[in-house]
Design a protein around this ligand. Structure first.
Ligand code: GLV
Ligand code: MN
Ligand code: MN
Length: 394
């Protein structure tokens, strides 16, 4: 098929203008923000030009539908609160270019809130049936806004949910977001499996008090409790984790967050990821036990928020083989099979159809940061692999 690398790069750069921020090619385009909604409207027009029928569902997932049964390609176009220009956007724009060029019917999707402002890969989790809509509607972002309120901003665009049964499979192209390809000579990664994730908020509530007059021994300082928890958790996890296991406290809200007040409340995100579902469960026990232990010692009330998660998932053998054969054509001897340590919409879609993914290198292994970037030659090579894989499917 005749893909147009220059047109693909032009579209990618144009999409970056929605929410362009920070140094380099940074983007601030969180789900349901003005920039996100404007970017989706722009994408819908590109889909229409490509001969697809644009369709928004009730949560803001945007589909460009081919007539009749088709293959689905895409990713997401929302960003982290501080993100790069390629995370998600690459897969959507590559899908658009393949849909334009392919003789086979190809539909395109940009899932909503993959970056988890409200959950974990929220839009595709709802669409694939992993997360019931009424439960999702109660999820809140860090400001307390609910998903129900946020998706109301797109209600004027919303149609019904698209039937997943109309798609024969899903292919997602993405940047690696880690250092493996960049540190090697390989230009393409074909994903073997995607790790699982668990994510929840934890709150320690102590006693807000005066920072000058409250003796250290009498304080019930929620930040001190969190600090202790963080250290002890690392210690407790040591015998359970592998070098590939990761855990992150990435968001902390101290109340009232003032220099002269002993913090009365600390609410923080607790996230962990691993390729083994049993290990994820064992880690959950340790997280809960350690938090309870610290709460007891430090005189804290303890509350756990809803537990969100996705199971580890293997990629489909046939789709993966098509990607591998295409990778060998485009980059002979310079591609590898590799697991994905990042979460992707494909992990949810595996519930309803065969899925597979390919990666291109991330310069310096940096992502979820303004500095995220990939050599444009690698971007076009990845597009070529995707197009050839689509062509090569039976
Ligand atoms: C997705 O962006 C993730 O956090 O892995
Ligand atoms: Mn992504
Ligand atoms: Mn991301």
């Amino acid at each position: 098929m005749a893909i147009d690398g220059a047109r693909f790069l032009r579209d990618l750069h144009r999409l970056r203008e929605f929410g362009a921020a920070g140094v380099g090619k940074g983007v601030v385009r969180p789900a349901y923000s003005d920039a996100d909604i404007a970017a989706r409207a722009w994408l819908a027009e590109r889909m229409r030009e490509a001969g697809l029928t644009p369709h928004f569902d009730p949560v803001g997932n945007l589909f460009g539908l081919a007539d009749g049964p088709s293959l689905l390609l895409g990713s997401h176009s929302d960003s982290q609160p501080e993100g790069g220009w390629l995370d998600g956007a690459l897969g959507v724009v590559a899908a658009l270019e393949v849909a334009r060029a392919s003789a086979r019917p190809v539909s395109v999707v940009s899932f909503q809130d993959e970056e988890g402002r409200f959950g974990v890969t929220t839009g595709s989790a709802i669409w694939s049936g992993a997360l019931p809509l009424d439960k999702a509607d109660d999820l809140t972002d860090h400001t307390g806004l609910s998903l129900a309120e946020a998706r109301g901003r797109m209600a004027h665009l919303a149609g019904d949910f698209v039937d997943p049964g109309r798609f024969g499979g899903f292919l997602e192209m993405h940047i690696e977001q880690g250092p493996a390809l960049d540190m090697s000579d390989d230009r393409i990664g074909v994903v073997s499996d995607i790790v699982g994730i668990r994510d929840m908020n934890i709150t320690f509530t102590g006693q807000q008090n005066h920072a000058g007059t409250t003796p250290m021994a009498l304080r019930r300082d929620a930040f001190q409790a969190l600090s202790l928890f963080n250290m002890r958790l690392a210690d407790r996890l040591r015998n359970v984790v592998t070098p590939q296991t990761v855990w992150t406290i990435g968001h902390v809200a101290l109340h009232p967050n003032a220099s002269s007040i002993v913090p009365g409340r600390a609410t923080f995100s607790m996230q962990w990821r691993d390729g083994d579902a049993d290990r994820l469960s064992r880690m959950e026990e340790i997280v809960r036990e350690t938090a309870a232990e610290i709460a007891g010692e430090a005189g804290m009330e303890l509350a756990f928020g809803p537990m969100l998660g996705i199971e580890p998932v293997a990629m489909d053998g046939d789709l993966r083989a098509a990607l591998e054969s295409a990778a060998e054509q485009v980059a002979p001897g310079r591609w590898r099979r590799m697991p994905s340590g990042a979460l992707h919409d494909a992990a949810n879609l595996a519930r309803c159809m065969p899925v597979a993914m390919l990666f291109v290198p991330s310069i310096g292994g940096i992502s979820h940061a303004f500095e995220e970037d990939t050599d444009e030659g690698d971007l076009v090579a990845g597009l070529d692999v995707l197009a050839r894989a689509v062509d090569g499917l039976p």
